[in-house]
Design a protein. Structure first.
Length: 109
């Protein structure tokens, strides 16, 4: 579940797998970090060294807080529009100027 979350209880439910771990062993932080890393990886987010330091800091918060941030990343990536294909670019090119009906000589097609 990646939200949106209306209540803290919903966010905590999304992090239930982390709450089932032993808090004393530091596993909550590890589980939260893994959840954040997985969300970034799935979204294609490249992390720099400082980005990762901030991710480590975030992982120290409650698992439901991390679930909300991971949900933002996941939902933002899901809403991205893919860049146009080469074919779509040519269609746009011709649509904007109908006088251009031949592909440039450099086009391998």
């Amino acid at each position: 579940m990646s939200g949106p979350y209306e209540t803290e209880r919903q966010a905590a439910a999304a992090a239930r797998h982390i709450y089932d771990l032993d808090v004393g062993a530091g596993l909550w932080r590890d589980g939260s970090l893994r959840m954040l890393e997985d969300a970034c990886r799935a979204a294609g987010v490249q992390l720099g060294a400082y980005d990762y330091r901030v991710l480590l800091w975030l992982a120290g918060w409650e698992p439901q807080t991390c679930a909300v941030v991971a949900g933002w990343v996941t939902r933002a990536a899901a809403g991205r529009v893919a860049p146009p294909t080469v074919q779509e670019m040519w269609e746009i090119f011709f649509r904007e100027d109908p006088g251009r009906r031949q592909l440039p000589a450099s086009d391998p097609r």
